[in-house]
Ligand binder design. Structure first.
Ligand code: NDP
Ligand code: GDR
Length: 355
């Protein structure tokens, strides 16, 4: 019997890479999707097969982290061996605009899922392994560099406060109810599938649009903050590794290198033979009420205990993201600047969202 995994946030960047990884390992993968008025399944459609077919291994369920009843129902239905809690309103700037919702989905959502799991395990006797998507944003205002599992948290946004809450609840459930629950403290990780409003993808997408004459300027906020940027595909491997250990624990996942937003701009525009200073303009709308100035992680524990290591460095990451955005725009016709959807893709989409 293949193992079953349940993923919240399956339609996001990490959810899509994690699904690919788990499917390649023979898992049956179940994901929770939200009902939206527009399609939100672009990142996972290529893995989807008609659920009536025997080869179908990816199944989707409507639910929401703000709705505990659905979480309980889905757990009962799926009976997973592993649960990955990746769902979140994950944009730090937006969390200042929508703090209540962010904290409900990220903080209370984690609690709802842990409670549902506790009851499910109590009732069935099934032991379920749980992964909590923690964030380097929890370190916030610099207390030490590099940041490791023992560095104190100092969250600087509603999002980060909610993640700290989720982190400690995960530890509490592990210690109180003997649950196999792990916290990943993941530093920024990016890819061509990164949401378009996060800084790296905003930059690489703008470069492709500038090259093809669709955009003239790029408006940005604070260019001095420094981040430890890695490759998302590497990071989902670490999530899986955490749940394969003998004992549950918490791990920092990072590259150990830090670079400023300015450095990202310089390198990314450089790949396209452009000078970023000719295009980038400041807009205070992109500033945050409180900023996280410097993140650099110490992944030693993951390196030694999980045998994990990043395979893509900063230069390679910037390169592959710029390339991917340039390629994506090249496939569009000159006349129509929006992507064309094939009939097959449209049909898959219809099946994925169902109903
Ligand atoms: P994304 O923003 O790309 O994806 C977030 C996912 O969560 C989407 O599938 C989204 O669904 C879903 N979601 C949003 N709100 C809810 C809700 N109320 N109930 C259920 N699902 C919801 O994030 P990433 O893939 O980049 O990140 C995955 C997780 O890891 C997040 O928890 C994030 O906070 C955390 N993290 C990310 C890091 C990074 O650098 N990427 C670093 C550290 C932590 P929909 O598609 O419908 O919007
Ligand atoms: P972050 O990522 O806040 O670190 O959270 P983001 O890419 O949004 O910002 C990184 C840094 O870039 C600065 N910045 C801008 N950011 C955005 N989005 N847009 C801009 O125009 C801009 N100009 C400058 C920001 O101020 C910031 O300093 C990400 C998310 O994925 C979280 O969910 C995750 O937990 C953390 O990474 C680790």
């Amino acid at each position: 019997m293949s193992k079953k995994a349940l993923i919240t946030g399956i339609t996001g960047q990490d959810g899509s890479y994690l699904s690919e990884l788990l499917l390649s390992k023979g898992y049956e993968v179940h994901g929770i999707i939200r009902r939206t008025s527009t399609f939100n399944t672009d990142r996972i459609e290529h893995m989807y097969r008609d659920p009536h077919l025997p080869e179908a291994k990816l199944f989707l369920h409507y639910g929401d982290l703000t709705d505990g009843t659905t979480l309980r129902r889905i757990l009962e239905e799926v009976e997973p061996n592993e649960v990955y809690n990746l769902g979140a309103q994950s944009h730090v700037r937006v969390s200042f605009d929508a703090p209540e919702y962010t904290v409900d989905a990220v903080g209370m959502g984690t609690l709802r899922l842990l409670e549902a799991l506790r009851d499910y395990s109590d009732r069935t006797g099934n032991k379920v392994r749980y992964y909590q998507a923690g964030s380097s944003e929890m370190f916030g205002k610099v207390q030490a560099v590099p940041q490791s599992e023992v560095t104190p948290f100092y969250p600087r946004s509603p999002y980060a406060c909610a993640k700290v809450y989720g982190h400690w609840q995960t530890i509490n459930y592990r210690e109180s109810y003997d649950m196999f629950a792990c916290n990943g403290i993941l530093f920024n990780h990016e890819s061509p599938r990164r949401g378009e409003t996060f800084v790296t993808r905003k930059i690489t997408r703008a470069i492709a649009r500038i090259v093809t004459g669709q955009q003239k300027k790029l408006y940005m906020g604070n260019l001095d903050s420094k981040r430890d940027w890695g490759y998302a595909k590497d990071y989902v491997e670490a999530m899986w590794l955490m749940l394969q250990q003998e004992n549950p624990d918490d791990y920092v996942i990072a590259t150990g290198e830090t670079h400023s937003v300015k450095e990202f701009l310089e390198l990314a525009f450089g790949y396209a033979n452009l000078n970023w200073k000719d295009y980038v303009e400041f807009d205070e709308r992109y500033l945050r009420p409180a900023e996280v100035d410097l993140l650099i992680g110490d992944p030693s524990k993951a390196l030694t205990q999980l045998g994990w290591k990043p395979s893509v460095n900063f230069n390679e990451l910037v390169n592959l993201m710029v390339e991917a955005d340039l390629n994506a725009l090249n496939i569009y016709s000159d006349v129509q600047k929006t992507p064309k959807m094939s009939v097959e893709q449209a049909m898959i989409r219809q099946e994925v969202v169902g109903l």
